[in-house]
Design a protein around this ligand. Sequence first.
Ligand code: FES
Length: 95
Amino acid sequence: MTALRIADGFRRGAAVTFDVDGVAVVGHRGETLAAALLAAGFARLRHSPRDFSPRGAYCFMGACQECVVQVGGVLRQSCQVPVEDGLVVGLKGSL
Ligand code: FES
């Protein structure tokens, strides 16, 4: 054991499957939805309502609101939602 946890290797949690606009995506237990989306290649999560520019997770700690997506039809900050089996995520129609 060293002072740095990452020096001992990195183990992801068990795989979970969730739905993003009808596409099955694999994440890992212990990750936030924002992290799982980014790891799966979903960097753009929504468009700005003002100028339609692409937006994505920025702070990963619930402060910026840039990661808002629909989770089960409700707008949520994806960096504050633990990824789990069966989540239904909508990127289309998010703010
Ligand atoms: S990434 Fe900033 S609130 Fe989620």
